[in-house]
Ligand binder design. Structure first.
Ligand code: AMP
Length: 124
């Protein structure tokens, strides 16, 4: 289903996680950021990093978020990779935006993937 980029969906899965209505396996949290294990891991390490603010994808996040939110987000990504022990061995960051990317959850998130040889960038 196409993502509505005009209106933030208050009932998306990650909004429910942020409100505490759904469980998650938290690996990091601060004032601006939550990170947790992906429920369907695509690699031995698969962590999702999300801002706590109501952003649909990378476009509105980088356009509308405050400098403090953006700095906190990307500092957290680096910190979490180090804490997971995947900085030196290598990892991949993915942020899907929109239908052609395969974005499913309409709340901005970055995937951290690691723990095996991740292969080519795209499957096809
Ligand atoms: P994307 O395709 O970029 O929107 O990725 C959404 C990701 O969210 C997928 O990798 C899902 O496995 C993951 N996901 C969906 N529901 C949950 C959940 N309740 N807890 C953790 N991860 C989830």
């Amino acid at each position: 289903m196409a993502i509505d980029f005009e209106t933030y969906d208050e009932d998306n899965i990650f909004a429910k996680i942020l409100r505490g209505e759904l469980p998650n396996t938290t690996v990091f949290e601060d004032d601006h950021v939550l990170a947790f294990h992906d429920i369907v891991p695509a690699a031995p390490v698969h962590v999702l990093v999300i801002p706590k603010g109501r952003y649909i994808a990378q476009d509105d996040f980088h356009r509308d978020a405050s400098d403090a939110e953006i700095i906190a987000f990307w500092r957290a990504v680096g910190h979490i990779c180090r804490e997971l022990g995947v900085t030196d061995e290598g990892h991949r960051l993915i942020a899907n935006q929109g239908t052609k990317s395969g974005q499913v959850v309409p709340h901005f998130h970055v995937h951290i993937l690691a723990g095996k040889n991740l292969g080519p960038l795209l499957a096809s």
